[in-house]
Write a protein of this length. Sequence first.
Length: 277
Amino acid sequence: MTEQRTYPHGVTCWVDTEQPDVAVASRFYAELFGWTLTDATPPEAPGAYLIATLDGQDVAAIAPAPADTASWNTYVAVDDADVTAAAVEAGGGAVASAPEDAGPGGRAATCVDPFGARFHLWQARRRPGAQLANAPGTWNFSDLHTPDRAAAMAFYRPLFGWVDADLAMGAGTMLQVPGYGDHLATTVDPGIHERQASAPAGFADVIGGLLEIDDGRPHWHVTFTVADRDDSVATAERLGATVLSSGDDMWTRHALVRDPQGAEFTVSQFTPPDGDW
């Protein structure tokens, strides 16, 4: 039996999208990424929460939007959702939705950082988080877009133990949980350190990124890995999405996409200069 992927406190662990029309979103993402969608909502609960799987492994979810807007959300694993939610408020953030059980899967809370960026806490029980990542059609990364790096880190560092690092070789500002790479090496990815020998030091501990913005809305942005950026862009456009921008850098070929109901995300084809990590 394959070992389940688990997430220590402070590691980003899950993404979902809230959509005004779940059926429309399901058709779009199922064709774009090859997902199979299954409703995980308990019979007595209202609404629907569709778990997306790829090769039988959990990768993301689709849920109804509480308002008529679509968005992608990022979840951070925590040891205790109630304790961390209290710390969010003590640190100058807000709790938009108090911790509550999400069926047998775990306990969740919705929080907002001091600049207005929304994120979720996830205290895992039956569902630890994404079981397949960094493969075509799956979640690759989440980035915090914020106007003030220092102030943002003053909020997030005590909550999650994050370190912000400007890694070498043009990798940008990365968020790290020290020791996460060792956790992966002893659980689901025993070869991670050897495979990333040519990567910047500390890359195995990376759990997200940080982008300082001068304007625009502070938020958490989600990126998905794809096998071919151009093919994915063509498919997204055929399915009714809008491609807002695209570009190439040292590590990726990427494109910013707005789905048919307005949720924005990035597709990214990994093209490292020194081979595959």
